[in-house]
Design a protein around this ligand. Structure first.
Ligand code: HEC
Ligand code: HEC
Ligand code: HEC
Ligand code: HEC
Ligand code: HEC
Length: 385
């Protein structure tokens, strides 16, 4: 199909490209800070499917997130400007380029946006984590080695298909050597890593869709990576991560229960990320016509300040001198066995219920939390005849 543009005949594909490109140029914001980083809506004009999945993602919400804002305000209240700047490095990385510590620009509020990730040309390892080599501008860096768009220039990289891309923000060891965010280093020693599974393999689900608006696509129906990045708030991911098996054993009036929690599907510890996350397992053993026994086990991390005080607020994890206190997170591929011993009359029936919850305690007001029940198992334990 052909269309006429400025006296010359161009293909319909080229025509659509030119039209979209013109729209992009005319929509460029005058006076926008960090003029070299473009707003994500601009990319969304052509990369429609990717834009939709990113827009609903935690990355698009990294600054706007209410929990973050609460913790960030609390950080600012300490008067430690360097600490507040550190938060923004990961939650509003555009500030590294536009210096917008006051959060004045719309672009800053895009959180982890398209152009910041696609200006990364390589990643350098540092003492505290990873640091990107950012080259904002007309060249967009990405996974394709053979893309030939005329909308902007492109450069294929290795980094976009490697976990180190994500480690930029998902790995942070404080200057004293305590890992605060350790998702990358946990992954590094997992079977998943050994088998060639990266963060992207599990968090950027491939879908049959178009990398750009279908009218532009070089290969309609090719696989693209959705940018939704589901994690611990997704039931589906939690089901993939952990499984639980129950093994009761009776001997006279003694009842032993072995519960095995297996990290089968997360290529890192469960929970991972901010230390405020935890997985809680509750058990209830109800003896029919008798007593009920309840227990709670917590899988998670606790950290303490340089003065030895237990940390309960997100802002404090990044302060100087923080140390690890306890770590009961379930490591990748680990099978954690938990044993319970009960006294139950041999002739009684007992009903065992095990539930798993995913929790995140927020920093703003202690005690306020998200709680998701992602697994329940019930087993009737028959009497000995
Ligand atoms: C957190 C960083 C990050 C953000 C934010 C991000 N991307 Fe990506 N993008 C990636 C990575 C990593 C890949 C490569 C995934 C792979 O190949 O395993 C990729 C791949 C792509 C590709 C190549 C096609 C494909 O699906 O592999 C396009 C086009 C793209 N992104 C556009 C966008 C647009 C447009 C936005 C914003 C709406 C965006 N990206 C936001 C990291 C990001
Ligand atoms: C006018 C349309 C248009 C706009 C606007 C646009 N792109 Fe693209 N982009 C394309 C086309 C076409 C391709 C090639 C797709 C292909 O090869 O299938 C592409 C490819 C890419 C790739 C893959 C490069 C590679 O080598 O892996 C990335 C990454 C990308 N764009 C990012 C962006 C980002 C970020 C923005 C916003 C700042 C943006 N694009 C804006 C049309 C556009
Ligand atoms: C520039 C910093 C940055 C980069 C690069 C980055 N992330 Fe994130 N990511 C964040 C922040 C900040 C959050 C938390 C956002 C929130 O909860 O508001 C987050 C959240 C997530 C979550 C959601 C966890 C949950 O609680 O549900 C997943 C999954 C995730 N990122 C995966 C990735 C993957 C995979 C990559 C690499 C392709 C990546 N991230 C690259 C900053 C980044
Ligand atoms: C083999 C698949 C797999 C790989 C590889 C993987 N993840 Fe995950 N990830 C999961 C599953 C399943 C969950 C849900 C369980 C959970 O919340 O811990 C998850 C949860 C998360 C969360 C939410 C935090 C939490 O505990 O709730 C973040 C953040 C995250 N992953 C980031 C990453 C990053 C960064 C990498 C690479 C260094 C990575 N993941 C590699 C499967 C994977
Ligand atoms: C090295 C990067 C990095 C730095 C620095 C950082 N964060 Fe984060 N933050 C993340 C990532 C990645 C996540 C998501 C990981 C996860 O799912 O646990 C996150 C999640 C959070 C969350 C949870 C949001 C939610 O709703 O789940 C809060 C709150 C938070 N950060 C506050 C802060 C504060 C306050 C600071 C500064 C004192 C800070 N962060 C510094 C990377 C960082």
């Amino acid at each position: 199909m052909f269309a006429k543009v400025g006296g010359s005949v161009v293909s319909m594909r080229q025509f659509v490209r030119l039209a979209l490109l013109a729209a992009v140029i005319s929509a460029s914001l005058p006076g926008a800070a960090a003029a070299t980083i473009e707003g994500s809506e601009q990319c969304g004009r052509c990369h429609t499917t990717i834009y939709q999945s990113w827009k609903d993602s935690v990355h698009a919400d990294a600054l706007e997130n209410e929990n973050f804002l609460l913790a960030f305000r609390a950080t600012q209240e300490t008067g430690d400007a360097a600490l507040a700047k550190l938060c923004l490095q990961c939650h509003a990385p555009v500030t590294e380029l536009n210096g917008d510590g006051e959060l004045l620009y719309h672009l800053t509020w895009e959180g982890v946006n398209c152009d910041i990730c696609h200006s990364v040309s390589a990643m350098k390892q540092t003492k505290t984590g990873f640091e990107p080599v950012l080259k904002p501008g007309d060249v967009k860096y990405g996974p394709f080695k053979d893309a030939v768009p005329d909308a902007h220039e492109v450069q294929g990289t290795e980094i976009h298909t490697q976990s180190e891309m994500c480690a930029w923000c998902h790995q942070y060891t404080n200057p004293e050597g305590t890992p605060i965010l350790a998702t990358w280093s946990e992954w590094k020693k997992s079977k998943a890593a050994e088998n060639g599974l990266t963060c992207q393999s599990c968090h950027m689900g491939e879908a049959t869709a178009n990398a750009t608006d279908p009218r532009l696509d070089r290969d309609p129906g090719a696989k693209i990576n959705l940018h939704a990045a589901p994690g611990g708030h997704s039931l589906d991911q939690l089901h993939k991560a952990l499984s639980v098996s129950l093994r009761p054993k009776r001997d006279g009036d003694k009842l032993d229960v072995e519960i095995t929690v297996t990290n089968k599907g997360a290529g890192h510890a469960v929970p991972t990320g901010m230390p405020g996350r935890r997985v809680v397992m509750t058990t209830e053993l109800r003896v029919v016509g008798g007593e009920t026994h309840e227990t709670t086990r917590i899988f998670g991390k606790t950290l303490e300040t340089a003065k030895g005080e237990l940390i309960t607020r997100d802002r404090d994890y990044f302060t100087a001198g923080v140390r690890l206190k306890t770590d009961t997170t379930i490591q990748p591929d680990e099978r954690r066995k938990v044993l319970f011993h009960y006294q139950v009359p041999a002739r009684a029936t007992a009903i065992l219920t095990v539930k798993m919850f995913y929790e995140h305690t927020y920093s703003g007001s202690v005690g306020e939390k998200d709680r998701i029940n992602f697994l329940s198992q019930k087993r009737t334990i028959r009497p000995i005849r």
